[in-house]
Design a protein around this ligand. Structure first.
Ligand code: F6P
Ligand code: MG
Length: 452
C-alpha cells in the first residue's frame, strides 16, 4: 500500500474543538463502545465451562479485557497515539506510517477526529487478532443481529413491497411506464437512504420501541428532510443503462443492508444492472458496519432463520424466504459479488484512494455508479474537514471528481457529523436557528452525486 499524501483544504475536524460532535464522540461515545466490547467478551467467557479445553480461551479473553481497559484509560487521559503492533492484517504498516509521518506526538484529541475514531476500532481488532481462540470473533455481531430481529416488521414490509414492485415490472405495459419506473427507483433509493438512520455506534442504548420509531419515522413528509437531492440527475443516467455494473460501498448491517439489497434486487430485475458489487468491511467496524459474514447472515436469516429464532407467526416469512432464495442464487451465480478491501478500514479519506489503493480504484472505475452509503463514508469522501456548507459536492470529493481519477459517485447519507456541503446560501444558518443539533441528529439527509 502506498503512503497517503493528500491534505484537507480546510482544518480537519478535531476533538479539541469544543463544543463539537468530535469532542463529544471522543469524550463520551467512544469509551462507552469500548465498555460494551468488554461486556460482550466478559459474558462470552463467563459462559464457558472451566474445563482444560477452555483454559487458554479464557486466559486470552481475560487479557483482551485488560487491554480494553488500558485502551479506555489511554483515551480518557488523552495519551499519545502509539504505533500498532504487527498482526495478521498487513495494513498495520500503513497505519504506522500515517502516525509517524502525519501525526507524530499527537494524542486522541489532537489528531484528526477521523484518524482517532478509526484508530480505536483498529486497536480493538488487534487485541483479538493476536489471540488463537478469538481471532475471528465479531464482538459486534450480537448487537447487529438482535437489532435486525427487532427490525423484523420493517424488513417484512419492505420484502412485500419489493415483491409487488417486481411483479409490476412483469405486468402490463401501463404499469411499467417510465414514470412508474422512476417512482420505483426513487422510492427504493430512499429506502436505502433512510436505512442509514439505524447506526448502532450512535444509538448505543436503543430499545425495541426506539428502533420501531426510527424505522417507521414520525414525520409524514420525509422528503422535506432531504436537504440536497440529486436523484433526478442519477435517474436520468440510470434509465439509459442496459446491464451495467453498480457498486455499493456499504455501511451498516441489519435493516440498512437489507434495504440496499432490495434496491440492488430491483436494479437487476428491472434490467438496469447485470452485476452489483457490494463492498463490505474486512474487520468489525464502527459497531454496526457490514462484514461479509453479516451480509450472508442477513440473507440466510431472511431465508430460514426467522422461523428458528421463534418468529413462527411472522406474516411475511414466506415472502422473505422467496426473496432471500433469489439473493442466494445471485450470490452463487456472480450477479451479486461481495468484496472486502482493507482500504475501507484504513483511516484514509477517499481522496487517497487512487494512490493508496490503486487496484481498488481501477476496479471501481468499471462501475457505472459507485454508491457510498452513510455518514462515515461521507466524512471520508469530504476529507472530514471544515468545509463551507455552500461548497459544491464535486469540489469536496477532491480527486474523485478530477480528470484521470474521477469516479461516478453517489452519496446516500443521513447526517450524523458536523459536516455538510452542497447547501444553498443561508440554508445552514436557517437550520442552525431551527435546531442546533440538526447536523448530527440523523434526522436530515442528503443524496448527492458527481456524475459526468
Ligand atoms: O461516530 C462518528 C460517526 O462517523 C458519526 O458521524 C456517525 O454517527 C457514526 O460514526 C457512523 O455513522 P454511519 O454508520 O452512518 O457511517
Ligand atoms: Mg456505520
Amino acid at each position: 500500500m502506498a503512503f497517503s499524501r493528500t491534505k484537507p483544504p480546510y482544518p480537519p475536524l478535531v476533538g479539541t474543538t469544543k463544543p463539537s460532535f468530535a469532542y463529544v464522540t471522543i469524550k463520551d461515545r467512544m469509551p462507552v463502545i469500548v465498555a460494551q466490547v468488554v461486556d460482550t467478551v466478559y459474558r462470552g467467557y463467563m459462559n464457558l465451562e472451566t474445563n482444560p479445553t477452555n483454559q487458554e480461551r479464557i486466559r486470552e479473553a481475560k487479557r483482551i479485557v485488560e487491554e480494553l481497559g488500558r485502551l479506555r484509560y489511554e483515551m480518557q487521559t488523552d495519551k499519545p497515539l502509539r504505533p500498532l503492533e504487527p498482526d495478521s492484517h498487513p495494513d498495520f504498516e500503513h497505519w504506522n506510517k500515517v502516525l509517524a509521518h502525519e501525526l507524530p506526538g499527537n494524542t486522541w484529541y489532537t489528531a484528526s477526529w477521523l484518524f482517532s475514531e478509526c484508530y480505536m476500532y483498529r486497536r480493538i481488532y488487534q487485541m483479538f487478532a493476536h489471540t488463537t481462540h478469538w481471532a475471528t470473533y465479531d464482538y459486534f455481531a450480537e448487537s447487529k443481529q438482535s437489532t435486525f430481529y427487532a427490525s423484523h416488521k420493517a424488513v417484512g414490509a419492505l420484502a412485500e413491497r419489493i415483491l409487488t414492485m417486481v411483479k409490476g415490472l412483469r405486468a402490463s405495459e401501463e404499469a411499467t411506464t417510465p414514470e412508474n419506473r422512476e417512482l420505483a427507483f426513487k422510492e427504493l433509493a430512499q429506502a436505502s437512504l433512510w436505512g442509514n438512520r439505524t447506526d448502532l455506534s450512535l444509538l448505543v442504548n436503543l430499545n425495541l420501541a426506539d428502533i420501531h420509531t426510527i424505522q417507521n419515522g414520525n414525520d409524514k413528509d420525509v422528503e422535506a428532510y432531504i436537504l440536497a437531492n440529486d436523484l433526478p440527475m442519477w435517474w436520468k443516467m440510470v434509465q439509459l443503462w442496459k446491464g451495467e455494473r453498480l457498486d455499493i460501498v456499504l455501511d451498516n448491517a441489519g435493516i440498512e443492508v437489507f434495504a440496499d439489497m432490495v434496491f440492488a434486487h430491483w436494479m437487476v430485475q428491472a434490467g438496469y444492472c447485470t452485476k452489483v458489487v457490494f463492498h463490505c468491511k474486512a474487520i468489525p467496524w464502527f459497531v454496526s458496519d457490514t462484514t461479509v459474514d453479516d451480509f450472508h447472515w442477513v440473507v440466510n436469516t431472511c431465508c430460514d432463520r426467522f422461523r428458528s429464532a421463534g418468529y413462527h407467526d411472522f406474516e411475511h416469512l414466506s415472502s422473505l424466504t422467496q426473496l432471500a432464495k433469489q439473493w442466494q442464487a445471485y450470490l452463487a451465480n456472480g450477479t451479486w459479488e461481495l468484496r472486502a478491501d482493507s482500504f475501507w478500514t484504513l483511516p484514509d479519506p477517499f481522496w487517497n484512494l487512487p494512490v493508496v489503493a490503486p487496484g481498488l480504484h481501477q476496479d471501481l472505475r468499471q462501475a457505472a455508479t459507485v454508491v457510498f452509503k452513510g455518514d462515515l463514508n461521507y466524512r471520508k469522501l469530504m476529507h472530514d474537514c471544515d468545509w463551507p456548507s455552500t461548497t459544491p459536492f464535486s469540489e469536496a470529493i477532491g480527486t474523485l471528481a478530477e480528470n484521470g481519477t474521477r469516479l461516478p459517485v453517489v452519496a446516500l447519507r443521513t447526517s450524523k457529523a458536523d459536516l455538510m456541503v452542497g447547501m444553498p446560501k443561508g440554508r445552514k444558518e436557517e437550520l442552525d436557528g431551527l435546531d442546533p443539533k440538526w447536523m448530527v441528529s440523523g434526522k436530515y439527509a442528503v443524496i448527492q452525486a458527481s456524475l459526468e
